[in-house]
Each structure stands twice: as C-alpha cells, then as structure tokens.
Design a protein around this ligand. Sequence first.
Ligand SMILES: [Zn+2]
Length: 172
Amino acid sequence: MATRPRFLVLDTSALEGGVPELHGARPVVTPGVLRELERRGRLASLEPLVEGGMVEVLEPGNDVLKEVLAAAASVGDELRLSPVDVEVLAAALDLSSRGDVQLLTDDISMQNVAMRLGIRVTGPIVGRRREVHWMYYCPGCGASFDSPPADLICPVCGTALRRKPRGRGSKR
Ligand SMILES: [Zn+2]
C-alpha cells in the first residue's frame, strides 16, 4: 500500500509570515484564509504557490462544517470561532479521510475544537497568541539568521530559507 499523504492545514495566523516549514506535507488552505490574507496585504508570497498548485485550496462541504460547529458547541468554543476558523477546521476534518492531517494554528479555540475532532494540531505559540518570534535558517548549509535577507535566500549557499519559532526560554 502506498504511504498515506500528509496534509498541513494552515490558518491565516500560520501564513502571515509566509509559508511555514512543511516537512514534506502538502499545504492546504481555504478560500476564507486567502481572503483574510489579501485583506491584510499578505497574499503576495502565497499567490504564486496557489496558482502553481503547490498549495491546495479546499472548500469544505456543509456536512463537515456542521460537524465542526457541533464539536465547537460541545467544548464551548462556538462563539470564539470566526466563519473562517470553522472553514479551516472543516477542511482539516474533510482531509482526514484522505490522509494524515495536521492543523497549524495559534488560535486556542481552534486548537480545542481540533482536538475534540481528533485532528492533530501544531501551534508554535500554544498559550501565547500572536507572539511568534521566528528564526530563519538554511536547510542547505545550516546557517541561521535572526534578521534574514529580504529575498529569504541564503547568502551563503543560495538555498531558500525556512523559519521556525525561536525558543523564548519556556521549554516544553
Ligand atoms: Zn545556506
């Protein structure tokens, strides 16, 4: 049997600084996430990836949306979720029939509801919303940069830089 595909579902917060590290997973967003990024002027770096098919845009159906709302109600987070949050969670739920899904969000309510739905969540900043401090590094030569070059290309070896949250003392 073939390996199950892996999907990384990204909410708006996960994409505001650009596309995060994917570890070989296929990135998925929803139409609502693209609209939010556009409104915040953050769509430019993502648009070519969407157009080139590197990022999948999934619009979840009504059945999964309802399932998400029911799960949100059962954990008391229904009112804390925006329509886009619900859409992103529904996309993650939808994909879990097609492969292994991980949701990347820093939103506590989304994390709660995702766990309720059995969706794996990663958030760089669990418990610390909107406070990510990114560290950029080169997967090619291993160089790291606190303030990366504007083109996000390694000045040492020319590889595209990646980023990860910078440790801020609190180790888990
Ligand atoms: Zn390098």
